[in-house]
Structures are given as C-alpha cells and as structure tokens.
Design a protein around this ligand. Structure first.
Ligand SMILES: Cc1cc2nc3c(=O)[nH]c(=O)nc-3n(C[C@H](O)[C@H](O)[C@H](O)COP(=O)(O)OP(=O)(O)OC[C@H]3O[C@@H](n4cnc5c(N)ncnc54)[C@H](O)[C@@H]3O)c2cc1C
Length: 338
C-alpha cells in the first residue's frame, strides 16, 4: 500500500479533466486493501475506487480517499470440455487481457476488444459492445469489503447485472473493492456476429465464418474508425445510455419521428439510439467552452483541450433538455459523476 497526497488526477481520467485527490492510495493485493481498512486514519474515511478512469466524470477535487486498484496477474484456473475458466487481477488492462486469452487459444471475449480501462471495473457497469455483455462470460469475482476487510466471492446473481449496471454502481459503490474477476469462456466457441457493423465486415471481406482473431481485428478496426482515442482527444466513450422504452412508447415516437433508430430487445422492450436522438437535436460538433460533441458520433462528448468537469456537466444537461423537449425521453449519463 502506498499513500500519496495532493495527486493530480488529470492523467488518471481519460476525459483529461482537471481535478486532484487530497489523498490517493495504491493497492496491489487484498492484504493492501485490508491495511487501508485497518489504518486508524484511512479506515474510517469515505472512499472512491479508481481503475483506469475511463468511465468517470470529475467535476471537482476529490475529498474522499482515492483507492487506485493495481492488482495484477492472469491465469487459467481450469479447462474442461465445456469451458475455460480464467482469472485476472482487477488492475490488469482489459484489452490486454482480451488479447492474452486469444493468444492462449481461449476465444470468447473478442467482441469486447479495445474497451479502455481495467478488468476490475468491467463488471461495475457490465461492459458491453458488438452484441456481447460481460455478464455472458462472467463466472465470479472477489471483492474486499471496505468496512470489515473481509474478502467476499460474488456470483452472477449477487452482482445484479443489468444494462451498463450492477450492484457496484449502487449499494456497494465505494464500499467494496473488486480485486479479481473470473470468466467462463464456453467450449465449443461460437462467434457472436449479429451486430450490423460486423455483418458489414463479413460482406465486405467475403468471410462468412470468421475465426475469433478475425472478429477481434474487425472490432478493433470498427472502434478505431468510430471512436476518438482518449490519448489524443479526451472522452469516456458513450456519454449516455441508450434508453429502453415500451413498444407503445416507441410507436408514439415513431409516429412523430419515423426515422428514429431503434432495436427490439428479446423481452419485448425497445432500445432507442441515444446518439441518433442527440444528432437529430442538432448537437453534433457543438460545444460549450472546451466540452464538445464529437463530430463523428453524437453519443460521445469530448474534451477539446482544457474543458472542465463543469463545462461537460453543462453541455450534458443542455443535451438532456433538448432530447427531452423533442422526444419526451430523459437520457441517463453512463459515467460515474464525482
Ligand atoms: C473510447 C472509449 C470507449 C469505450 N467503449 C465502451 C464500450 O464499448 N462499452 C462499455 O461498456 N464501456 C465503454 N467505455 C467505458 C469504460 O471504458 C468502461 O466502463 C470501463 O470498464 C471502465 O474501466 P476503468 O478501469 O477505466 O474504470 P474507472 O473509470 O476507473 O471506474 C468506473 C467505475 O467503476 C468503479 N471501479 C473501478 N475499479 C473498481 C474496482 N476494482 N472495484 C470496485 N469498483 C471499481 C469506479 O469507482 C467507478 O464507479 C469506453 C470508454 C472510452 C474512453
């Protein structure tokens, strides 16, 4: 465990927003977390858990103790006819872990390639992309309780996964440090190809039965073309969740806006494309101060240089108001606002 004071968080959040942590502690193991819990000064203070900072919106300096998770390690726990079970430390880079599974002949996570951030944060919002959500490959995770210091193993049911959501965004936010995550990669491997962009790649290449490595390459190429690289343009990916509405609500909106992009879900509800709605309200390319709406994808808010968290919040609220005014839908931000 390593305690630092007055730490700039500008390079520890992919939005590149200016903020500082009064105190930041780096934890590399479960016992490091327990040392924080047992510490007479640090044990009792409110905590904010930080991974790669790619899903946080920092609006001010952080007075809570920032717990930066740096637990490493990757290993295969078991291999059977039905599945590989693999485990990674919460501080491992997510994309590097996906690549490692493929390099070791264990496909199953390729649709989630190139999502920034750490393995430990992946269950927090049940990351998803290109037709796959983390929960579909999840086995279990270990987390250390920040009050008792006890390590608890969470099953799928305990995590309460939902669309970009889990118990770690609610009751357990700041209370439980995820230290290790285990994944079940089913055998035989079956590709997940339903997503429109991937179908387009199959058509273009003439390859209709791609291997996992090919899907990984396609996903990386699609993402690089669509999303800004945080290293050159600060952002947190999709800023708003795609709203889910009933069939009746959707029919009502289609009546007014026949063009609206929407996807029927297996449970009968309908997902609306938030990016399309923001674009329809004329926001693409607009800015408030240095906080802007990405020119190529209206769902992504970007830091054009020296944006503050306050500017991003003002922009996000203005977008929410105009989308509500036109569609009667309240957009919900995806990142955690601090
Ligand atoms: C360019 C870009 C593209 C993106 N694309 C996608 C996408 O396709 N799909 C998607 O789902 N997301 C996407 N994201 C969002 C983001 O990458 C993911 O949510 C990622 O899992 C966040 O990881 P992180 O380590 O950066 O988490 P952080 O931003 O550090 O933290 C996010 C939340 O998790 C909590 N947390 C972090 N680590 C732990 C831990 N070990 N224990 C307990 N709580 C913890 C934090 O307190 C915070 O509430 C994208 C972001 C960017 C910048």
């Amino acid at each position: 465990m390593r305690l630092e004071r007055g730490v700039s968080l500008k390079h520890l959040n992919t939005f590149g927003l200016p903020a500082a942590a009064q105190r930041l502690v780096r934890v590399a193991s479960e016992s490091d977390v327990r040392k924080v819990v047992d510490d007479p000064e640090l044990g009792r203070v409110h905590k904010f858990i930080l991974g790669g900072g790619s899903n946080v919106l920092l609006t001010r300096d952080v007075t809570s103790l920032v717990v930066k998770v740096e637990v490493t390690g990757k290993r295969v726990l078991s291999e059977s006819a039905g599945a590989w079970i693999v485990e990674a430390g919460a501080g491992e880079n997510w994309h590097a872990f996906v690549e490692w599974t493929l390099d070791h002949g264990m496909p199953g996570l390729e649709n989630l390639a190139l999502i920034p951030g750490t393995v430990g944060a992946a269950p927090v919002q049940n990351i998803g992309a290109y037709g796959l959500e983390l929960k579909e490959r999840f086995e279990s995770l270990d987390a250390v309780d920040l009050v008792t210091g006890r390590t608890v193993t969470f099953t799928q049911a305990m995590c309460q996964f939902a669309y970009r959501d889990s118990v770690f965004k609610h009751e357990l936010a700041g209370k439980s440090v995820i230290t290790r995550v285990r994944f079940r990669l089913p055998r035989p491997w079956r590709p997940v190809l339903g997503y429109l962009d991937l179908e387009r790649k199959m058509l273009e290449s003439g390859n209709t039965s791609p291997e996992a490595r090919q899907i990984f390459e396609w996903v990386c190429a699609i993402r690089r073309a669509k999303l800004p690289d945080p290293a050159s343009l600060g952002n947190v990916g999709s800023f708003f969740k795609n709203p889910v509405v009933t069939e009746e609500q959707c029919r009502d909106i289609i009546g007014r806006d026949p063009e609206i992009v929407h996807y029927p879900l297996p449970d009968g509800t309908i997902k609306l494309a938030a990016g399309w709605m923001i674009d329809a309200c004329g926001w693409k390319g607009k800015a408030i101060g240095d906080a802007g709406v990405y020119e190529k994808q209206a769902l992504v808010l970007v830091n054009r240089g020296s944006a503050t968290g306050g500017e991003v919040v003002t922009l996000a609220r203005a977008i929410q108001e105009s989308v509500y005014g036109r569609f009667g839908i309240r957009l919900e931000p995806e990142p955690v606002v601090v």
